[in-house]
Each structure stands twice: as C-alpha cells, then as structure tokens.
Design a protein around this ligand. Structure first.
Ligand SMILES: [Zn+2]
Length: 189
C-alpha cells in the first residue's frame, strides 16, 4: 500500500477504511527470525492458533531457519503486535487497523461485505441482528482488541506531543509474537 496523504489539518477523523498495516510478519519459535507473511488471510490463519501451533520458518515453503530473516525488528518501521489467537475474520469481512496520527494507538474496524464500517462490538452485534443472512455469525467471531504499539519503534517526531510538523507516511508492520504479554485495550474515545 502506498497511499501517502500528507495533511496539515488537525481533524480527529481517522483515515477511513484505509488500513495502516503494510506488511505482515510472524516470528519463528525456533530461531526467532521474522518471516514476511504475504497475505492477510494467511497471517490471520497463523495468528488464530499461534498459542497451540507456534510458527516455524519451514511453514513457508522452501525456507529453513538457516535462511536470513525476511525482515528485522527495528525502528526503521513502526511495529505493532497483535494479541495471540484472535479469531480469523469471517469470510467477506475485513479487519482494518488504523493508526492514530501520533502513533499512540490503533483503532480496529471491521468492514462488512457491503462496505459498512463497524467500530465496536455493540455495532457488530446490532449489525448481525439486523442482517439475517449472517445469522451463522456472532459478535464473538470478531475481536476489536487493537494490537500493541511497540514504543521503541515509534518515530521520534511523535514521541513529543504538540510538535505539529510534517506528518510522515505510516509504515506499519503487524506481526506475531506468541510470547508477547499483551492485554487488549478496548477503550475508544
Ligand atoms: Zn526459524
């Protein structure tokens, strides 16, 4: 994704529908190297059971622990870590994570098959109730817990609030780390 829209407005509105995530990665439980996961679906599949089925390099075809890491954890991009075992997004829906401009946190949205944006468990429950064709789904098939922003990878420019200089393109990497000790926060403002 390459949508760069530098803005100077101080609007609180998040950049609608556009996910801040541009790369997915999973960490090998054996050698601790990071492997890029090429599709969101594959990434979600790995994440959905990471506690019981750790990720290993050889889950990518032709790759072993002897190969160099695909990507290094560093401040060259901002990393966020998902909670382990989040449910796979039901077919037709999309899970979008949108970073606040100051990198303080991400907001989780689900986009319905018809493009409606839902931003809380209550909205999801109401939507499912109103739309009989999704009666096989329940609000618990969705999880709004945002990933944890890794502070040591947040650009320095954002570490000081109030410095309202040029905003840089957000480069986010969503990744997996089953050992991360994360508690989901669901407080939306
Ligand atoms: Zn490995």
């Amino acid at each position: 994704m390459d949508g760069q829209t530098p803005k100077t407005s101080s609007s609180k509105k998040p950049n609608v529908a556009k996910s801040s995530i541009d790369v997915y990665a999973a960490q090998c439980d054996e050698c601790k190297k990071w492997r890029v996961i090429h599709s969101e679906e594959e990434y979600e599949e790995i994440r959905s059971k990471i506690s019981t089925e750790p990720f290993y390099c050889n889950k990518k075809s032709g790759v072993t622990c002897d190969d160099a890491a695909d990507i290094e954890y560093s401040a060259s991009r901002t990393w966020v870590i998902d909670k382990p075992d989040l449910p796979k997004t039901p077919e037709g829906f999309r899970r979008h994570l949108v970073a606040r401009k100051d990198y303080s946190k991400l907001d989780t949205y689900y986009i319905t098959p018809k493009g409606k944006r839902l931003r809380s468990r209550n909205e999801m429950a109401a939507f499912l109730k109103q739309n009989r064709k999704y009666e096989g789904l329940s609000a618990s098939d969705f999880d709004f817990a945002p990933p944890k922003v890794m502070e040591d990878t947040v650009p320095e420019i954002f570490s000081k609030r109030g410095s309202d200089s040029v905003r840089k393109k957000i480069k986010m990497t969503k990744n997996e780390d089953k050992s991360a000790d994360i508690t989901g926060e669901e407080d939306f403002e």
